[in-house]
Design a protein around this ligand. Structure first.
Ligand code: SF4
Length: 331
């Protein structure tokens, strides 16, 4: 059975139940008609000032006739929860999953056990799936390392392969073959040189050309905060429960900040872009990040799927120049 996901959840459970996970965010952002899908939800009554991800996912569920969807009702956002309710009466089976805000182990275990039951599997099989996925997760972590250590994997590739770890494109074996092919391909690439090294924070950007444009500017995206979290690479040696308690996305901003600060130092980043999705509550974290992070931060807001605007491009260019100039002073 195909199981739609509105956010990253313990995918091991879906796979252990013999189901095919489909991250609806990934389908939306790679769909050539993504902007139209957002528009379609508005035509059906969604407000202009609702998040475009939510509207797009609503339309995708209907268009692809997805009958079972895991909705994250805590640790993602209330807009997604409302979206689920607007689909009531359409014969869609929703499986709610709530990350406990305080990262309580027992509460997390209850949530996972519930999902296990709904997916028709058991804890042992989920743990066995976790072990089976480890080598694949480790290979994606290797791609990430090649990005920031060697610059042989591009910022876009880094984003794409890491973001895909939420559902492994529905087929871990086929995905692993693609990862292997890229690892082989990059062996023949020369180490890159860049005018600046940056990180991208926040939910994955809705822009279709951000990474390509930064590449054109000679800026290496050496850290994709959330996408790296989706790979679970920071918890490869943990048990299944701990893996999802260490995953920073659903919890408080301070847990995220520890990760950002450590990676900014390790990856020697010159600056950070904080991607803020229009109408998302996570925008509120912007000033907390700016106040607490030790390097220049550019906040970039995006609304609908599509390319960067001329103004966005100008701001990115100016940011790249600033970082380059600071680099020449501090190095
Ligand atoms: S970007 Fe924000 S508002 Fe939109 S779906 Fe994600 S968490 Fe919710």
């Amino acid at each position: 059975m195909e199981v739609g996901l509105t956010s990253t959840i313990p995918v091991e459970i879906i796979l252990a139940g013999g189901h095919r996970p489909v991250d609806l965010n990934n389908i939306l952002v790679t769909d050539p008609d993504a902007a139209q899908l957002v528009q379609q939800a508005e035509t059906e009554g969604y407000p202009r000032n609702a998040c475009a991800w939510v509207k797009g996912i609503y339309s995708i569920i209907l268009r692809q006739d997805i009958r079972t969807v895991v909705v994250v009702t805590q640790g993602d956002c209330s807009q997604m929860q409302a979206m689920m309710e607007t689909l009531a009466g359409r014969n869609i089976h929703f499986l709610p999953f709530a990350y406990p805000y305080d990262r309580d182990r027992a509460a997390m275990q209850t949530q996972m056990e519930r999902l296990i039951e709904l997916c028709g599997t058991d804890w042992q099989s989920a743990v066995a799936m976790q072990q089976q996925l480890r080598p694949l997760r480790a290979k994606v972590a290797q791609l990430d390392e090649l990005t920031w250590r060697e610059g042989t994997v591009t910022g876009y590739e880094n984003h794409l392969y890491q973001v895909s770890c939420s559902d492994f494109e529905g087929d871990p074996h086929a995905f692993e073959a693609r990862v292997d092919a890229l690892l082989e391909q990059v062996e023949h690439r020369k180490a890159g040189t860049f005018r600046a090294r940056i990180g991208v924070l926040g939910v994955p950007p809705i822009f279709t050309d951000l990474y390509q444009y930064l590449d054109e500017l000679g800026v290496l995206v050496a850290y994709n905060e959330m996408q790296r979290q989706f790979t679970m690479a920071p918890s490869l040696d943990c048990d299944l429960l701990t893996q999802y308690l260490r995953y920073t996305y659903p919890y408080d901003i301070y847990l995220r900040m520890e990760d950002i600060q450590a990676e900014t130092a390790t990856r020697r980043l010159d600056g950070l872009i904080h991607y803020a999705q229009s109408f998302c509550f996570r925008q509120i974290f912007d000033h907390v990040l700016r106040r607490n992070l030790d390097c220049p931060v550019l906040t970039l807001e995006g609304d609908r799927p599509g390319p960067l605007t001329a103004r966005d491009k100008l701001r990115l260019e100016a940011f790249a120049e600033t970082l380059e100039a600071r680099r020449s002073v501090y190095q």
